[in-house]
Design a protein around this ligand. Structure first.
Ligand code: LLP
Length: 438
């Protein structure tokens, strides 16, 4: 069976390991629930981006801006910074995090529909690479903030190319009904507005059509539309230097599932870009903003079974991780493989095939609190399970719901494990609160 995340998460002699360490060792040392990340897996995914881009004439001049929202652990941000990556941020908080982790401001693009004045100010002071803007009001606001600071803000417009990314509706952003981006018919007028604002410098064009996209065609369609716009802009005297294709490259979540590789996603895009560059009308600098495809399959959430509870129709495996730790199943009905840390023997597998199906659920008081439904697992109280593909949008979307302290995070490299975030103490959860005296 090919697991998502393999070869970095694999059974060795019946024991599930991350790189060279058994997950049971980590669970014992750091407790559960525990997020575990493989350094080698992140590094391999980043290398695939870098190598694919470097090997293609259209990618030679390019920047991979890691989408911080996928996993904003300082340790992971620092890894990307040291590898020379750029960053895509969507808040002043993410900007501050990247800088705290050692990221270079000149490699940061700032996306998002609702940038505040304070966020614009801190990004201008830091000296970021580009603001991806989305509306006339935002353009005027940034121009005013830049004027006040005596700066020129480098900008691109995030276009909504109106393509169907064929993904979950909550993570589709490139359809014209979405709140994101500038509608196609408004793009040229907005670029003209930007050109006329003295404290903005137009440098690029941008799109991000959605996330967990498993087909290459929607990206290609979006690129074709952006390139047509670039030609229109050049004809209007507004040439752009870079084209930013956003992120959204999907990953396999199920065992034995096929998804395009990073090379397969990028190559048709690079081919199209090279063709247009040869004609002389396409930007020479390419940016991509991958999040999930860099870290998603590099992480797992370890959780221990508290109880096996028989229900009317199936069993419930009640585990110590919950929707506050990993929200994706509750929010998107997302599928994550859930496998035992100790591989089932053939006899156990045969026995578990006869046991009842179970829902893997957390202790939170909501029926939506599940990590997986209808699974075939023989696990019992005390057993350790791994929820795979949890490196992206796992810890980053966690909450304190039910006053649950958030999980610890461990980064593994070979046989070394480093605790990169301590488990929260419950007292931390009310540290900012006050009881009034009236
Ligand atoms: N750039 C922008 C402007 C974005 O909004 C996003 C993700 C990315 C890049 C990175 O996309 P990725 O390569 O990771 O697909 N919480 C959801 C995913 C939300 C994605 C939001 N934007 C999930 O758990 O599936």
């Amino acid at each position: 069976m090919s697991l998502p995340g393999s070869p970095f998460f694999t059974y060795r002699n019946g024991v599930l390991c991350v790189e060279e360490i058994p997950l049971s060792v980590l669970a014992k040392r750091f407790g559960t629930p525990l997020y575990v990340y493989s350094h080698a897996a992140i590094s391999a995914a980043f290398r695939e981006f870098q190598q694919t881009l470097a090997a293609h004439p259209a990618g030679a001049n390019s920047l991979v801006c890691y989408a911080v929202k996928a996993n904003s652990s300082l340790a992971i941000l620092n890894f990307f910074a040291r590898e020379g990556a750029g960053f895509d941020v969507v808040s002043g908080g993410e900007l501050a995090r990247v800088l705290a982790a050692g990221g270079q401001a000149q490699k940061i693009v700032f996306s998002g529909v609702g940038k505040t004045e304070a966020e614009m100010e801190s990004a201008l002071i830091a000296g970021i690479l580009c603001f991806n803007l989305e509306s006339a009001e935002e353009l005027r606001r940034l121009n005013a903030v830049a004027e006040r600071l005596g700066k020129i803000a480098p900008v691109s417009l995030r276009v909504n190319p109106d393509v169907d990314p064929k993904t979950h509706p909550y993570i589709a952003t490139g359809l014209k009904t979405a709140k994101f981006g500038v509608p196609m018919q408004d793009v040229l007028p907005l670029y003209r507005l930007a050109r006329g604002l003295p404290h903005l410098a137009v440098i690029g064009i941008d799109a991000h059509i959605g996330s967990q996209i498993l087909e290459t065609a929607p990206f290609d369609e979006a690129l074709a539309r952006l390139l047509a716009l670039c030609a229109e802009l050049a004809a209007d005297g507004i040439p752009v230097r870079h084209i930013d294709l956003g992120g959204g490259f999907g990953i396999p979540y199920r065992a034995n599932e096929n998804a395009p590789t990073i090379r397969e996603y990028l190559t048709p895009l690079l081919d199209r870009l090279a063709k247009e560059q040869a004609k002389g009308c396409a930007p020479r600098f390419l940016i991509v903003e991958p999040g999930r495809s860099l870290v998603g399959n590099a992480g797992a959430l370890l959780t221990r079974v508290e109880y096996r509870k028989p229900g009317a129709e199936h069993d419930f495996l009640i585990v110590d991780a919950a929707m506050n730790d990993l929200m994706r199943p509750a929010l998107y009905e997302a599928w994550h493989e859930i496998i035992p840390a100790r591989e089932e023997t053939t006899a156990e597998r045969e026995a578990s095939a006869k046991t009842r199906l179970c829902d893997v659920v957390g202790p939170v008081c909501e029926s939506g609190d599940f990590l997986g439904k209808g699974r075939r697992l023989a696990a019992e109280s005390g057993d350790l399970l791994a929820v795979l593909s949890a490196g992206a949008y796992g810890m980053a979307m966690s909450s304190h719901y039910n006053t649950r302290a958030r999980a610890a995070e461990v980064l593994v490299s070979g046989s070394a494990a480093h605790l990169v975030r301590r488990r929260e103490k419950v007292e931390d959860l009310w540290a900012e609160e006050e009881i009034p005296l009236f």
